[in-house]
Design a protein around this ligand. Structure first.
Ligand SMILES: Cc1ncc(COP(=O)(O)O)c(C=O)c1O
Length: 307
């Protein structure tokens, strides 16, 4: 029976930021995106212990929740196919049902064998209620539940493994933030004197209460100043930055998470937020599958696309 591989060792790209208007500063970017083509970046880390626990519990179905362009939905579908589980995705928005063929995330998930169920936004909001989950169990049969975004204690434990002992010499560890689960793992694994800096993909300051569920350490800060207006929102400045970064480094960033983080790091360096000669480490958490769907939206809005 196939199991998740142990933590693979991944390259750290050394990026000279003088190409982006910041002199004498290097950014070290850990290429977690190279872990797996579809169970990429933090998804691999979050699913590793959940998949082994589901197997140990004798479950053969994984059920999870997500939006129409969710990296997590596709990762669960791909993990199910690779590791021998049936998968069910509960998708936000009944109207999305008619758009599966135009949506690369959902059509790939279906190709991987995921059963998709579309629920209204009101119903979707109840995803953490016991009663709602019981109703799903009565309707769809038994399953191992993975929450939206994949964050739970086992996911945070998996995300601790992003940091190796030789990453302890950095001053800052930067990471994109959605639910905060990946960041919680990094905070738990960080060394004395290291600060973890989160770049939120969403507007708001609700993350700290999520992070406090998993760690009492306080060596972190989260900013939503680089969310470009909110989740899923991007503009031509961000698209141009992602394209320029790709041309200069050959590294592809995604528009929802890693593009916003690297843009934010460069901007904070220009504003001298970091102490002089700081050693900065950033995590490329993957999410590249979302580019195809985002380009369709950009084309519709007549904006430049991600090359
Ligand atoms: C590519 C990518 N990076 C970062 C995140 C944020 O991770 P978290 O929800 O653990 O904060 C996500 C979200 O799910 C993601 O898909």
């Amino acid at each position: 029976m196939k199991v998740f591989p142990e933590s693979p060792s991944l390259p750290v790209a050394k990026i000279d930021l003088s190409d982006f208007g910041v002199e004498n500063q290097e950014l070290d970017l850990k290429r977690e995106d190279l872990i797996h083509p579809f169970i990429s970046g933090n998804k691999f880390r979050k699913l590793k212990y959940n998949v082994s626990t589901a197997r140990n519990m004798g479950k053969d179905v994984l059920l999870t929740f997500g939006g129409a362009y969710s990296n997590h939905i596709l990762a669960v579908a791909a993990a199910g196919k690779e590791f021998g589980f049936k998968t069910i995705g509960i998708i936000r928005g009944e109207e999305v049902h008619d758009k599966i063929s135009q949506n690369p995330t959902l059509s790939f998930s279906q190709e991987y064998g995921m059963q998709l169920h579309f629920v209204s936004r009101d119903e979707y909001r109840r995803k953490s209620e016991k009663e709602f989950v019981e109703k799903l169990r009565r309707r769809l049969g038994d399953f191992y539940l993975i929450p939206e975004g994949g964050t739970n204690e086992l996911a945070v434990k998996g995300c601790e493994e992003i940091l190796d002992p030789d990453h302890k010499n950095y001053d800052y560890i930067c990471v994109p933030v959605g639910t905060g689960g990946t960041m919680a793992g990094l905070i738990r694994a960080s060394g004395e004197g290291q600060a973890v800096l989160g770049f939120s993909a969403l507007k708001g300051d609700f993350h700290s209460s999520e992070i406090e569920k998993y760690t009492s350490r306080k060596n972190y800060r989260i900013t939503d100043s680089y969310c470009f207006g909110g989740y899923g929102k991007i503009d031509s400045t961000l698209v141009r930055f992602i394209n320029e970064f790709h041309r200069k480094t050959q590294i592809q960033l995604d528009p929802l998470y890693t593009g916003k983080m690297v843009y934010g790091i460069v901007d904070l360096l220009k504003k001298e937020y970091f102490n002089k000669n700081s050693r900065i480490f950033a995590i490329h958490t993957g999410g590249l599958q979302g580019i195809a769907g985002m380009n369709k939206v950009l084309l519709r809005k007549k904006l430049p696309i991600i090359e």
